[in-house]
Design a protein around this ligand. Structure first.
Ligand code: ADP
Ligand code: MG
Length: 584
């Protein structure tokens, strides 16, 4: 199916009598490459870059200068161009990917503008705005690619190849992790994804793709000047990707096709309409984008795709990844919190809380709303660093470690409000959890060498869905799940992750009575199988029939600990809960 993209290579044959359209076809392919770089960055990774044209420019000038200066083959220029773009992307990425909100796009703008000014002003090196002319043509297998017809085969071939590679990426642990990062970095990190490292790699990949496009651009026109690498150009690429549908591969390509056509058309039309020359295209793009996004907020392609039959998903028949075999003795302490403290401003949310979780038990952490249970959870799982106290997992201190380092040690968590990724299928949501148990890196994934591992990851996810009874919904979009099903999916995710210790924050919230009973049943069964469970709830009834032991918190402090019966009789606990009832 996907190999169908190589049918693009027939287009030059069809258009061969029309040299002008062959040129447009090349521009489409080059824009398509840049738009695909934005699919990686924005569509998958949720980052915005206004510097893709600058990355193109770095590679374009690199190959131009190398060719003019040394007479080496342009293919050496490709190597140099890619290395330089990656180096630039690395520097910019290291400086910015940790930044939140608008800082990343703003710094890419600064970078883009700075490089553009440099290209225009280092006249001795770059030829300034006149640029560098007479670049050599690319030669492939002895054939000079010196006509748009010939060139189109190369540019379209690379485009189709990249499409395949990016489908591989989308259907991999890295694609899922990027999508998860875009949705909610903390959840991604709780399954072992290192947000900063993965964002940086996506940034590098996107930079490299733009670099490839810049190289092809330079040797297609055989001339470079700063204009095509300006901020306007970067905006144009962003606009085309977003208008087409930046979250999908066909979408960004559709955007590239539409805007390549539109650009050409506007160049003729605008001067006629406005009666003067000038770069009014950018304004027109803005209007077109606004119009499209009003009508189809996710872009043209997702809008059209709604009307077409649903794509088929695949279930894997591969052998699931091996389950971890709990090795310790029942009853030993696996997780220990000592004197945890956390203040939010003047509010002591958690004040000196200690408890120990023992292998194979279900320990409940209960207390009225606002008691500090979720905060305690966040402290134990690394989601927020404690102000004081220590945490030990399997006897090893994990205080202050980030979630993505804690998870692989065998701890999985859910959230008070389900953190499900609606743009992924139920199966993919579960498969995200296998991230820390799988290894394929970007190179392996892009070349499709991860498929065996991927099949096992999907099989693992499917098995976990079966365990909680969601297997029939595996290929549905996760957005279609009910609140109860989302809770189950979160548990399935934990099972797929291979964690032995399950930390559940209010798993019963939003469930109906029947669903709660089933949940309790499932948790008990899991505990019998060797899982250790710490669950937070304020619902006394759910906890009483389920937990082996109970820790009670109120106003940030532990006020009682014991069996359900013991704490139920405890006057302090009764007072805390009665207080809540009276207040309610
Ligand atoms: P619980 O889960 O027991 O209902 P939480 O741990 O969520 O309680 O909250 C404990 C207290 O800390 C509450 O008073 C809550 O308002 C406050 N709190 C929790 N998180 C934050 C935060 N990020 N910033 C400020 N206050 C917070
Ligand atoms: Mg809570």
């Amino acid at each position: 199916m996907r190999y169908g993209w190589f049918l693009l290579l027939l287009l030059p044959l069809a258009l061969s009598p029309f040299p002008f359209y062959l040129t447009l076809l090349n521009f489409f392919a080059l824009s398509g490459l840049v738009a695909l770089s934005l699919y990686v960055l924005t569509g998958l990774g949720g980052m915005t870059s206004f510097a893709q044209a600058a990355f193109m420019g770095v590679a374009a000038y690199a190959t131009a200068l190398l060719a003019k200066g040394t007479g080496l083959s342009p293919w050496a220029g490709l190597l140099l161009g890619l290395l330089l773009t990656l180096a630039f992307a690395l520097v910019l990425g290291l400086l910015t990917v940790r930044l939140k909100g608008h800082f990343l796009p703003l710094s890419t703008i600064a970078w883009q503008v700075a490089l553009y000014i440099l290209a225009g002003n280092l006249v001795g090196l770059t030829g300034g705005h006149t640029g560098l002319t007479d670049l050599p043509a690319l030669v492939l297998l002895g054939l000079p690619l010196d006509t748009p017809f010939r060139y189109a085969f190369l540019s379209l071939f690379l485009l189709a190849l990249l499409v395949l590679a990016l489908y591989n990426l989308r259907e991999s642990r890295l694609g899922r992790a990027l999508l998860a990062l875009r949705g909610d970095a903390l959840t991604a990190a709780s399954f072992g994804v290192d947000p900063a490292a993965l964002r940086l790699k996506a940034f590098l990949l996107a930079g490299g793709i733009a670099g490839l496009a810049g190289f092809l651009y330079a040797h297609f026109l055989r001339f470079v000047n700063p204009t095509p690498f300006s901020l306007e150009a970067s905006i144009k690429y962003l606009v085309m990707a977003v208008a087409g549908g930046v979250g999908t591969i066909p979408g960004v390509l559709l955007g590239a096709a539409l805007f390549t056509g539109l650009e050409d058309w506007l160049k003729d039309l605008l001067p006629l309409l406005l009666g003067r020359q000038g770069n009014y295209e950018t304004v027109a793009y803005g209007l077109v984008l606004a119009g499209i996004l009003l009508l189809a907020p996710k872009g043209v392609y997702p809008f059209l795709a709604r009307f077409s039959p649903k794509g088929e998903g695949r279930l894997s028949k591969a052998e699931p990844l091996p389950l971890p075999t709990p090795s310790g003795t029942p009853g030993e302490v696996v997780l220990e919190a000592q004197g945890l403290k956390k203040a939010f401003g003047g509010l002591l949310a958690v004040n000196g809380v200690s408890f120990a979780l023992r292998r194979g038990e279900i320990l409940a952490l209960i207390g009225p709303n606002g008691a500090g249970k979720s905060t305690t959870f966040h402290l134990v799982t690394g989601a927020i660093p404690p102000d004081g106290g220590r945490v030990f997992l399997f006897g090893r201190e994990i205080t202050g470690l980030p979630p993505h380092r804690i998870h692989p040690l065998g701890l999985g968590r859910t959230f008070q409000h389900p953190h499900i990724f609606p743009e992924m299928t139920v199966l993919e949501n579960a498969a995200l959890a296998t991230y820390a148990r799988t290894r394929a890196g970007f190179l392996r994934v892009l070349f499709g060498l991860h498929r065996e591992e991927e099949a096992r990851a999907l099989a693992t996810a499917y098995q976990a869905l079966k365990r909680v009874g969601l297997e029939d919904l595996a290929l549905e979009a996760a957005s279609r799940l009910t609140a109860g099903q989302q809770r189950l999916l979160e548990i399935a995710r934990l099972l797929a992750s291979g964690a032995e210790i399950l930390l559940l924050d209010e798993p019963g919230a939003g469930l109906r009575a029947g669903e709660k009973r089933e949940l309790a049943h499932l948790l008990k069964a899991l505990a019998r199988e060797g899982y250790t469970v710490l669950l937070v709830d304020h619902d006394m009834d759910l906890v009483m029939g389920l937990a082996d032991r109970v820790v009670v918190m109120n106003y940030g402090e532990k006020i009682a600990e014991g069996t359900p019966k013991e704490v139920q009789r405890n006057p302090l606990v009764r007072a805390a809960y009665l207080g809540e009832v009276e207040a309610a």
